[in-house]
Design a protein around this ligand. Sequence first.
Ligand code: MGD
Ligand code: MGD
Ligand code: MO
Length: 791
Amino acid sequence: MRAGKHDVRDYDEADLDIEKPKTHAAGATAVAVSMKRALGHMGPVRTAKTLLDLNQAEGFDCMSCAWPDPDPGHRHVAEFCENGAKAVAEEGTTTRATPDFFAAHSIADLDSRTEHWLGQQGRITHPMVKLPGARYYEPIEWDDAFRLIGDQLMSLADPTEAIFYTSGRASNESAFVYQLFARAFGTNNLPDCSNMCHESTSIALQESIGIGKASVTLEDVYAAELIVIAGQNPGTNHPRMLSALEKAKQNGAKILSINPLREAGLVNFKNPQTPRGMVGPGTDISDMHLPIKVNGDLALFQAFGSLLVEWDCIDHDFIDRHTNGYEDWKAHVTAVDWDVVTSSTGLTREQITDAAKMLRDSKATVFCWAMGLTQHRNAVATIKEVTNLAFAQGNIGKKGAGLFPVRGHSNVQGDRTMGIWERVPQHFLDSIQKEFGFDPPREHGHDTVDSIRAMRDGKAQFFLGLGGNFVQATPDTDVTAQAMRNLAMTVHISTKINRSHLVTGDTALILPTLGRTEKDVQATGPQWISVEDSTCSVHSSRGPLKPASEHLRSEVAILTGIAEAAIGDRYGIDWKGMRDDYRLIREHISRVVPGCAGYEVNVRRPGGFILPHPPRDSRTFETDSGKGEFVASPIEVLHVPDGHLLLQTLRSHDQFNTTIYGLSDRYRGIEGGRRVVFLHRDDIAALGFQDGDFVDLVTRWEDDDIERCASNFRIVEYDTPRGCAAAYYPETNPLVPLDSTAMESNCPTSKSVVIQVVRAGTACEPVGHGHQDDTGSDWSHKTHPQPHHLS
Ligand SMILES: Nc1nc2c(c(=O)[nH]1)N[C@H]1C(S)=C(S)[C@@H](COP(=O)(O)OP(=O)(O)OC[C@H]3O[C@@H](n4cnc5c(=O)[nH]c(N)nc54)[C@H](O)[C@@H]3O)O[C@H]1N2
Ligand SMILES: Nc1nc2c(c(=O)[nH]1)N[C@H]1C(S)=C(S)[C@@H](COP(=O)(O)OP(=O)(O)OC[C@H]3O[C@@H](n4cnc5c(=O)[nH]c(N)nc54)[C@H](O)[C@@H]3O)O[C@H]1N2
Ligand SMILES: [Mo]
């Protein structure tokens, strides 16, 4: 442990408690943890008010993940999961970060704390500003804050010097207003968390099926004969999915899981809604588990394709009518090199053949995936390969079958639908022009990685974050932090304090906002908002709680306030009208956003409405050829040199992205800390270490000469394939090179980081100032990065 800087840590690696990983998810413990966290943060009245309203047709939408709700009438009284309860508790907390709190803690002091500690300081109550040269945040009146921001925006040499980031919790109403403002201001610089998340999915599906969204409904999951779950840990990240899987199994479905780790939720589920789940044996989830090597999926799916072709388990009728490119793909997969397949998957030909038989024997297969597939260099090709397999057996646009990218943030999909997209299609911009009478900028804006490059290279001066925690969520933490510090102004619309408030431009503002749990009352009365889940279902949400402070404003009120200050009544857009009555926003949405005609009426129905999806609805494909596109991709094998490991960075059971709820990764047996690295026992021995040793993790990326380092991780022996390591995000983000991104989607390769493991204290040099990550260790580079520009 490095000395000196860690006095203020709220936990210590010495307290780490390592147990055996669990072999089931949920059960009575999940209920106990939900109630303990909810009661601890909110007390009994607020707990009852929120949890009973959560995910109900007239209630509010859970702000944790984007898993869909059952139809109204089929919902439980407690239609939420442990991690949903934690998310609600985190927002509904009665703790407050007031101006007195900010007066007592300098920015440097706050910056020395862990992300966990920052989150525990409660809801921000007042707008706050840090003026140039100041060491503290101080309160500011809303109108003064808007004026400061407006003046800064108007002083930019070019509108493209502004970056407008969105995290996927924003409602459809705020997202629509936000993109409208950015475009009226003059830029498509609308990066979002999706750029780091399912971007590879959106790109692949757009090319293959003509739309970047899931082709299933929840009913398809229930009706499936086979559900393939690749690169996803639903027990932690989409816990309500386990109830759907249980139901599918009761209807006779089989489940094939493809994951380097044997995640508890993929083994067995004890449904807390049922007596069997509370005290009985639970439901076994996976019928087969393939412990694939990290990044081996492209090879695996091609091998599946090869076997299906060999066995002629092909839906020729579907292929003839609806697809293009089958013969090329067939030739490609038929020639697959099995040596490459077995070495890159770490699986035997027998294992792969047995799994392929599950595909062969299923007449309706749903393919689910998440970050384990999207955050690799070859991610887009891998997802096209999943789509090829679905085409091969006609598993699209039919009951019980389809493609199911399971989205992360609760409204990340809706934000895209509303135009939060740096590369929004031209027809969307045409509709904006028609509706509002101005010609929006037509050239593409920056995505997340390009925004960081622009800030790093002095091409941006202003950053506004609608939610999120940009500095912690993005790759190459040091580079990003420096990029943020280069700016004239950083502004965050947030509910709670996070690291991104502490890594600031010359001027910085925190604008505290209402959350999903809270009542939103504007000039014309109470308002509600709308969101879209992973299955294109759009519905309304209204919060039950009194706002955390009378000074909070809604996201819509803040964004329209900024718009008025920055562009006034340029183009005659009625910002005030939209703020006073969100129905006006929804009227615009109904005319601008495809599939949203009649929005106000449709979204108010109990359960809402489902957006059109041509492949799902009618097997039509709005691609260039008008057909579903088979795409043959070469298997790109990632070269991991001897003595190196392939690190995947993942979530614990006790966090929501960069929000660290607590220190219990219960299912994996990690308690009391987060700085652990999971390794195979033979790799531990081969590298000359033992379980329990402390190590530094080092990336040397061949495309630049920067040595990246994250210090002091405890080795935990774990059931993971040889050559593969796992450690938590965001502690490991300093190791992900900014320029290491997925081909075509530019998504950071957070699941494919080539690392070396060296004895703690021998690689990372402490830096004299700056941040600690979540266990209080320094973010450090051995050599400080010079701007490298790959054009
Ligand atoms: N409670 C909670 N819920 C969340 C979140 C949260 O942080 N906390 N985050 C939300 C967000 S934004 C998102 S995007 C989702 C994320 O949901 P997930 O994608 O489930 O999240 P990760 O923890 O990144 O898990 C990735 C899984 O992929 C596996 N994996 C890693 N590499 C590979 C590989 O190469 N191949 C295969 N086949 N598997 C691999 C890992 O072992 C792990 O099980 O969850 C959402 N829901
Ligand atoms: N190494 C690595 N990096 C990753 C990933 C990974 O797997 N590995 N995953 C990536 C993925 S999938 C994603 S989606 C991104 C996530 O990136 P982000 O979306 O930027 O990060 P979050 O941690 O979800 O944002 C949390 C913050 O949002 C604010 N917030 C919470 N609720 C609200 C609200 O209602 N309104 C507003 N305005 N603010 C609110 C709070 O202040 C909180 O601190 O991270 C990515 N980064
Ligand atoms: Mo995500």
